[in-house]
Design a binder for this molecule. Structure first.
Ligand code: GLY
Length: 255
């Protein structure tokens, strides 16, 4: 069944990593309610949610997408570019290891799950602040035996590849072309985010429905007009932590 691993927020999120955003006060109680509503939205779409306890001393621990990449055949534990986040991996690996064989990215490579987009057997990987060439090369070596092809994509002006674009399924990408050159993503139709919503490219398709933050109404309308079922989720406090809707879950099929 469709399964999502999530993790409870740490109160330390107010001191989260920020790379391209100015720090703004985060309302922790509201962030917790929004995260619970996000988990409810996943459940409403038929997903079993496995919620891990928070790691109090890891401000970004709620963003479970980054320490791992889950494929049908294997899961890759990343070595995160943000040193402060590396302690998030161990307990996630303990849970993920119940569902997939694990492989590990080793130093000096850096790679974060937010930089990896799967389209069929192609993995597009962002060369970003958090993912380096060695990370992309190690990933390619680990997934090649399972028939995956890795294509690097340079990311500029935003945190991860998934901050710049996300795959919605049906050969369609939601993208902000200011953050990447889409020529490397051949054969995909592109829906551009609204100019006034530069961070709206991070969207999560679950069971045929695309989750897009409440605050990105114009982009949501564009995605809906392109024929996708869309659902708004309010993630205003998580957005202040430089996060999107994909960051808060690891979604995969599991028995
Ligand atoms: N605050 C999200 C990250 O920088 O990883």
């Amino acid at each position: 069944m469709l399964t999502a691993i999530t993790r409870a927020l740490s109160p330390a999120i107010v001191d989260c990593e920020l790379s391209f955003l100015e720090r703004q006060p985060i309302d922790f109680a509201l962030a917790v309610r929004q995260h619970a509503a996000y988990e409810d939205a996943l459940r409403a779409l038929g997903t079993r949610v496995i919620s891990l306890p928070c790691l109090p001393s890891h401000p970004d621990c709620v963003f479970v997408e980054d320490p791992a990449i889950v494929l049908d055949e294997v899961a890759i534990m990343t070595r995160m570019g943000a040193e402060s986040r590396r302690g998030e991996s161990e307990s996630l690996a303990a849970e993920l290891g119940k569902y997939r064989e694990l492989r590990w990215i080793e130093a000096p490579a850096c790679l974060e799950g937010g930089d990896v987009i799967r389209v069929g057997k192609t993995l597009y990987v962002g060369l970003s602040r958090r993912t380096n060439v060695a990370g992309i090369q190690q990933l390619a070596g680990l997934v090649q035996p399972f028939g995956y092809w890795v294509t690097p994509i340079e990311v500029r002006g935003c945190l991860h590849l998934k901050s710049a674009c996300c795959y919605l399924g049906d050969d369609t990408l939601l993208a902000n072309r200011q953050f990447l050159d889409t020529d490397g993503l051949c054969g995909l139709n592109i829906i551009d985010v609204a100019t006034s919503e530069p961070h709206a490219a991070n969207a999560l398709r679950i069971a045929g429905t695309v989750l897009i933050p409440e605050s990105y109404g114009e982009t949501r309308e564009r995605v809906g007009s392109a024929g996708f079922q869309v659902r708004a989720v309010d993630t205003s406090e998580l957005i202040k932590a430089e996060a999107g809707v994909t960051c808060c879950s690891l979604v995969f099929e599991a028995d």
